[in-house]
Design a protein around this ligand. Structure first.
Ligand code: PLP
Length: 428
């Protein structure tokens, strides 16, 4: 019998045994078989290349398969693949904690390791619940923004306000009250609403995506307003959990979106660009105040939460190499280049008759096409296909078109991305 791999493409073989995430398999088209990625480009099995306009969900910010990251990972694999993180520790984890302390907002003191964004959020929520429990209080309500997205495990899903696909699970979720995001126009109302929530509920934590809500369609809100909300919560000892899984590592212009705030969060969640697209790893960092609430002669007051692959040395090595790139002169310059050109492009888009609400912060650029469209409807698919035909991986969310390219995208590639976006406006 012949080797089946010689007969069929990856994309066709995929259909036999694979169940994809976020997919209705009855109606979805077969996926595209991808064979290689380098820099800002991805190649499919037909040999066609695509500019990765969203850095593979904001992970590969320093470019795909970066040689410094692959080298660091390869070296780590030969030295120490994995060891349990209970009772043992290792240099990559220790060094990563030290390096992160240099750049995280300066009230952060301790690093807890998990293996993806959702579990970083779940760990943060559990820390929040147990923080109050250890102090002899029962608090049962989480405050979260409307339209937030924090992941798909139960705690994270509970905090997420984008609920169109959470229907079957709603009766099983944690208790959450929602707050609109603060804008200049509504900040007094939002503050009033928060004060009323805080006085009528027993709130344990406030979970939020600072400044930009990614999955909501790159919706921006006011740093000043968020700062005020954080302050109100902290006055009531409600732990503020900043979900920087998307915004972390320079996406919003500063290292972290929380760097725009005066009132610093008690807990920060990081993943995605943390490991530069190389390895699943996440972090839940916290202030000394949070950590101290778990110190006790009673063993049970410790945080008994763990994932087998916590602080995987290979992931830590990827993160360390990624951090070095993040702080490099080259990447700093590329970030400035992108921010400057995003600004210019937004200024042009603002005058386009089919564009609403063109906006940019740091490496993020987004706008709404001025027509009605379902989140995953026909026109959305038409736009997606238009981009793919032109060799650009952009994934419109409903009528929101957005890009968050790898910092290493070349000048020409960035121009092609902008041209494709303007071209797309012609077909709607
Ligand atoms: C992607 C994302 C998550 C979930 O991370 P996973 O690794 O997919 O579980 C949570 N919050 C935000 C803001 C994200 O962008």
């Amino acid at each position: 019998m012949k080797n089946p791999e010689l007969l069929e493409k990856i994309a066709a073989r995929d259909q036999k045994h694979i169940w994809h995430p976020l997919t209705q398999h009855k109606t979805a088209k077969a996926p595209i078989g991808i064979v290689k990625a380098k820099g800002a480009l991805i190649w499919d099995e037909e040999g066609k290349s695509y500019i990765d306009g969203i850095a593979s969900w904001y992970t590969a910010m320093y470019g795909h398969s970066h040689e410094k990251i692959t080298a660091a990972v390869a070296e780590q694999m030969q030295q120490l693949d994995f060891v349990m993180f209970s009772g043992f520790t290792h240099e990559p984890a220790v060094k990563l904690s030290e390096k992160l302390m240099e750049i995280l907002p300066n009230n952060q003191e301790k690093i807890f390791f998990n293996d993806n964004g959702s579990t970083a959020i779940d760990a943060a929520i559990k820390m929040g619940i147990q923080y109050h429990h250890n102090k002899g209080k029962t608090r049962d309500t989480i405050i979260a923004f409307e339209d937030g997205f924090h992941g798909d495990t139960f705690g994270a899903m509970s905090a997420s306000g984008i609920s169109s696909y959470n229907g079957p699970f709603e009766d099983f979720l944690l208790k959450v009250v929602r707050l609109p995001v603060p804008q200049k126009e509504n900040i007094d109302e939002v503050l009033e609403r928060l004060n009323s929530i805080v006085s009528s509920h027993s709130c344990l934590a406030f979970v939020f995506e600072p400044l930009v809500q990614g999955a909501a369609g790159m919706k921006f809100h006011s740093a000043e307003g968020l700062d005020k909300l954080v302050k109100v919560c902290q006055e009531q000892d409600i732990l503020c959990i900043a979900d920087e899984i998307m915004t972390g590592f320079g996406k919003t212009g500063k290292s972290f979106a929380c760097d725009y705030l005066q009132n610093l969060p008690d807990i920060i969640c990081l993943s995605k660009a943390l490991t530069a697209g190389m390895f699943p790893l996440s972090i839940t960092s916290c202030s000394q105040k949070v950590f101290d609430a778990f110190l006790s002669d009673e063993v049970s007051k410790g945080f008994f939460h763990s994932h087998t692959y916590s602080a995987h040395p290979v992931g830590c090595a990827a993160a360390l190499a990624g951090l070095e790139l993040f702080q490099s002169e080259e990447i700093t310059q590329r970030r400035q280049y992108i921010a400057k050109h995003h600004n210019e492009f937004v200024n042009r888009l603002q005058h386009h008759p089919k564009v609403k609400n063109a906006r940019t912060i740091g490496a993020i650029l987004a706008f709404e096409v001025d027509v009605n469209m379902d989140r995953y409807g026909k026109l959305r698919d038409k736009l997606y296909d238009f981009f793919m035909e032109r060799g650009v991986n952009l994934r419109p969310l409903g009528n929101t078109i957005y890009t968050l390219p790898p910092y290493v995208i070349t000048n020409d590639q960035l121009q092609h991305l902008y041209d494709s976006i303007e071209g797309a406006l012609e077909i709607v």
